[in-house]
Design a protein around this ligand. Structure first.
Ligand code: MRU
Length: 351
């Protein structure tokens, strides 16, 4: 991939992101130097995808704390908590944002003997580690996923769970990229993903750059494409997996899962362990982000495409019931039902 979604420029005290709202027309990088700019970038989906927003938040909080002048540990910690609460308010659903900031917080609370400069160095190392490990995690998800889809030809995916949403490879697209490295040739059906078009703008962009065969379809075409027999498996990412296996992902995922069940096609959720939330018992406990009505009525259109004042429902995510999911593909291996048991084991470190 010749692009990276998030990088740290420590010398310039900046988080550099590829502005995903400009894709596929322009590859424009933004230099974010304040937590306010980072908040706006997360909120506006300039940087998006659960792992990528976790990485961006870790880099952002490091940059902000690095420039905070104090020798008091208490003041330093209070400042961290202020930044943390603020950044977490940008998007509520993807648990990776909270997970990454938890990891940063542990650095401050665990190294009690360190002075502020030492803590700053440790925060830098922790943030870099989150980004480095994400690339490794995605590669592992790719390897495990490939073991399941090696003999498939048609793959359907929803939203963008590719390199743009992570440090590298992506989650749902990782098996496809690794398959290509290993001589497999998949044909990917890409749901356009209304209303923000992550499929059309981002997944199609990534796949065309990588030279992978794909066909872009409108979301409402998925049923007939699946019925036609051209899809052998569905691969999607996730934003938060409850411990019973219910999974929040981009709005529209639930419909695809119901279709896959109906037509007897495996429906795989590619899930870094960081997306599994041990504190969320079931899907009903997941907070679903609601977004502006204009994303439905006018984004991408030349003119407004709904009558003035039309009531709009615009949840950014839906929750797929665990029983519709064939398996979770994680970096530590594949989890089959019963999920609660398997997910708990995997979070605990064994499978
Ligand atoms: O609103 P978005 O574009 O951030 O939603 C992204 C998704 O739903 C992805 O499928 C999910 O974050 C996984 S990305 C590896």
């Amino acid at each position: 991939m010749e692009f990276q979604s998030v990088v740290l420029d420590d010398e310039k005290n900046a988080v550099i992101i590829l502005d995903q709202t400009k894709l596929p027309l322009k590859q424009e990088y933004l230099k974010l130097t304040t937590v306010e700019q980072l908040w706006e970038a997360v909120r506006a989906l300039r940087v998006r995808g659960a792992p990528a927003i976790g990485i961006a938040a870790a880099f952002g909080v490091y940059i902000a704390l690095k420039q905070y002048n104090t020798q008091s540990r208490e003041e330093f910690y209070n400042k961290f908590k202020k930044f943390r609460d603020y950044l977490e308010s940008a998007r509520p659903t993807a648990v990776n944002l909270f997970w990454a900031l938890d990891a940063m917080e542990r650095v401050i609370t665990e190294y009690r003997g360190d002075n502020i400069n030492e803590l700053k160095s440790r925060l830098l190392a922790a943030a870099k580690d989150i980004a480095r490990k994400d690339a490794e995690v995605c590669r592992k998800i790719g390897e495990h996923g490939l073991s399941l889809i090696r003999d498939c030809r048609g793959i359907l995916t929803h939203c963008n769970a590719g390199a743009l949403a992570t440090a590298r490879y992506g989650t749902a697209l990782a098996p496809v990229y690794l398959g290509r490295e290993n001589g497999c040739s998949f044909h990917v059906y890409v749901d356009e993903t209304r209303p923000l078009l992550q499929g059309a703008r981002l997944t199609a962009f990534e796949l065309s750059r990588a030279g992978i065969d794909f066909t872009l379809i409108c979301d409402n075409m998925a049923a007939s494409v699946i019925k036609s027999g051209n899809v052998d498996a569905v691969l999607v990412g996730c934003d938060r997996v409850a411990i019973n296996g219910d999974t929040a992902n981009k709005i529209g995922t639930l419909g695809v899962a119901i279709l896959a069940k109906h037509y007897n096609i495996p429906f795989y959720v590619c899930a870094p362990v960081s997306s599994i939330d041990p504190d969320t018992a079931a899907g009903a406990d997941i907070v679903i982000e609601q977004r502006a009505p204009e994303e439905v009525t006018e984004a991408w259109y030349k003119n407004k495409m709904a009558p003035e004042g039309a009531a709009v429902f615009n949840p950014a995510f839906d929750v797929t019931d665990a029983e519709l999911i064939s398996a979770f593909i994680t970096e530590k291996g594949i989890v089959y039902p019963p999920f609660e048991e398997g997910l708990k084991r995997i979070i605990g470190g064994s499978l």
